[in-house]
Design a protein around this ligand. Structure first.
Ligand code: NAD
Length: 484
């Protein structure tokens, strides 16, 4: 199988915050990979724009080091890196002042795609949007890319949307959720809407429940104070887990086009029922012999911010009425894993008798590690001695199925940036989607703040708080094991 590289139009991509952590770890190494794959047009350029005195040579040195540190080892070929670096330029710019903007304008070319990546704090989004227009750098065809966090509640998200909408049309705004750029997430749509096998079963009649898990082994570490202002609900659920929930639950869009897909996602968010506090479990990791507790990491011995959250969501529509969607995410858990598991109902009647046991089909979509899918099916245990049933996985690991090609699968950032250049918004969040997600999240957060809810402690590197296990246990279910 040979992966196809579809060329994109010539572009000038400006990365505001080009010297920052995200640019160095993800954006520029990602662009370098696209360059190596041959996807970057001959004259395409990347312009870093940030605070601090630096020239092109200094920026190139910085990015050379970043590629060596963060790109995959076998991607690092000095000659290729050298050729890529020739595409890079740098402008010192002050988002809040006048400095550097005329230089940037003089550097930009006409007649190419102009894209502006706002890899800076959200408090600067409005300033950047305004100056791009004031200095006539952006035009009606230009695109802007903004990063999470997109607000910390509905009011701030609305203000951010308004700040961007004052200068850019919604069709020009690309709100990144890198989960949507993952190969498996798109494969979820291919599996659902490209096969006849699953969709007839994809509803409350056949699905018992769905679990979405995003587990991390790292704690909040050095980011503790920053993280403490947000917590797992704002940092992970409102965006990444909600997006996954939407893709799993949405109705088939009529076409795989930006607004068709985003309209369907929005309907899911709007159909989410409110959750009472019996169906929310918040946790904080405890100290180990050698490591600090969440509160110590956060620098606040009385912090009530959650490093873990589990929720049971219900979607009020014909397809999903009564089917629980269990969501959980947390830090310092047993394993680093992200997966969606669709647990089907048992067969209505067992012709093999009670001894054969109950066996539910489970379709698991793994986002990390080892992106792939597994379908658990029931077969006869081989050998004589009657009809004993066992569960076996029908396993499709991308790495196994695609062999060396799997290495060529672009990572989420690479794919999404190329989508920006192509002008394809399908995998980006629309403004109304983000606001609807906050409108659902806000009352839950306000509810536990009003109750002075104290998160439950959980052992570091465990599966999370006992109460989360109990929440499912009460409903006769259990979480899937957190494992790699
Ligand atoms: P950072 O602090 O490492 O870098 C910030 C960059 O912005 C620097 O290049 C700095 O020079 C520039 N900058 C700051 N103030 C400026 C000003 N007034 N004018 C011009 N440039 C200015 O931040 P980061 O970690 O790279 O994060 C950037 C954005 O991406 C933030 O909104 C963050 O929340 C988001 N984000 C980061 C990550 C990550 O892994 N780092 C992940 C997801 C989202």
């Amino acid at each position: 199988m040979v992966s196809r590289v579809i060329p994109v139009d010539d572009f000038d991509l400006v990365i505001f915050g080009g010297t920052g952590d995200l640019a160095r770890r993800k954006i520029l190494p990602g662009l370098y990979r696209r360059f190596c794959s041959g996807q970057m047009p001959e004259h395409a350029r990347i312009i870093g724009a940030a605070r601090g005195e630096m020239d092109d040579a200094g920026f190139r040195d910085l990015i050379r080091d970043a590629i060596k540190e963060f790109a995959k080892k076998n991607d690092c070929d000095d000659e290729k890196i050298g050729a890529f670096l020739q595409r890079l330029h740098f402008v010192t710019i002050d988002a809040k002042g006048e400095g550097g903007w005329s230089d940037l304008r003089d550097l930009m070319r006409d007649g190419v795609v102009k894209a502006f990546y706002f890899s800076v704090a959200p408090s600067l989004f409005g300033d950047l949007a305004k100056r791009l227009h004031e200095f006539q750098i952006a035009d009606d065809e230009s695109r802007i890319v903004v990063e999470k966090p997109f607000g910390r509640d509905l009011a701030t998200a609305k203000a951010l949307n308004a700040g961007l909408a004052a200068h850019f049309d919604e069709t020009q705004i690309y709100r990144i959720d890198h989960y949507l750029g993952k190969e498996t997430v798109q494969n979820l749509m291919a599996v659902r809407f490209g096969n006849i096998l699953f969709e007839p079963l994809w509803n409350a009649q056949y699905v018992d429940h769905i679990q979405i898990t995003v587990a991390e082994t790292v704690g909040v570490g050095g980011r503790g104070e920053y993280y403490d202002k947000s917590g797992a609900m704002r940092d992970m659920v409102q965006n990444h887990l909600m997006q996954l929930l939407c893709l799993i639950a949405m109705e088939p869009p009529s076409r795989f086009e930006p607004d068709s897909v985003r309209d369907e996602k929005l309907k899911v968010i709007r159909a989410l029922e409110d959750i009472d506090h019996h169906h929310i479990v918040r946790g904080q990791y405890d100290a180990t012999d050698t490591e600090q507790s969440y509160r110590e990491d956060a620098g606040d011995p009385r912090s009530r911010t959650e490093s873990y959250i589990a929720l049971r969501c219900l979607i009020s529509n014909w397809r999903w009425a009564g089917t629980p969607f269990y969501l959980r995410t947390g830090k310092k858990l047993k394993a680093r894993t992200s997966e969606i598991a669709v647990v089907f109902k048992d067969a209505p009647h067992s012709i093999f008798g009670e001894d054969a046991g109950r066996h539910a089909n489970v379709l698991t979509i793994r986002l990390q590690p080892n992106e792939g899918m597994t379908l658990k099916v029931t077969i006869k245990e081989p050998g004589p001695g009657g009809m004993r049933l066992i569960d076996v996985p029908l396993d499709m690991s991308f790495a196994d199925a695609l062999g060396e090609e799997a290495d060529d699968i672009p990572d989420a950032y690479e794919r999404l940036i190329m989508d920006v250049i192509r002008g394809n918004q399908t995998l980006f969040m629309r403004g109304d989607e983000v606001e609807a997600a906050w409108a659902w999240t806000d009352p839950l957060i306000n509810g536990w703040e009003a109750r002075n809810d104290v998160p439950k402690l959980y052992d570091a590197y465990s599966s999370g708080p006992e109460d989360a296990a109990m929440m499912l246990h009460r409903e006769g279910r259990r979480w899937r094991e957190v494992k790699e």
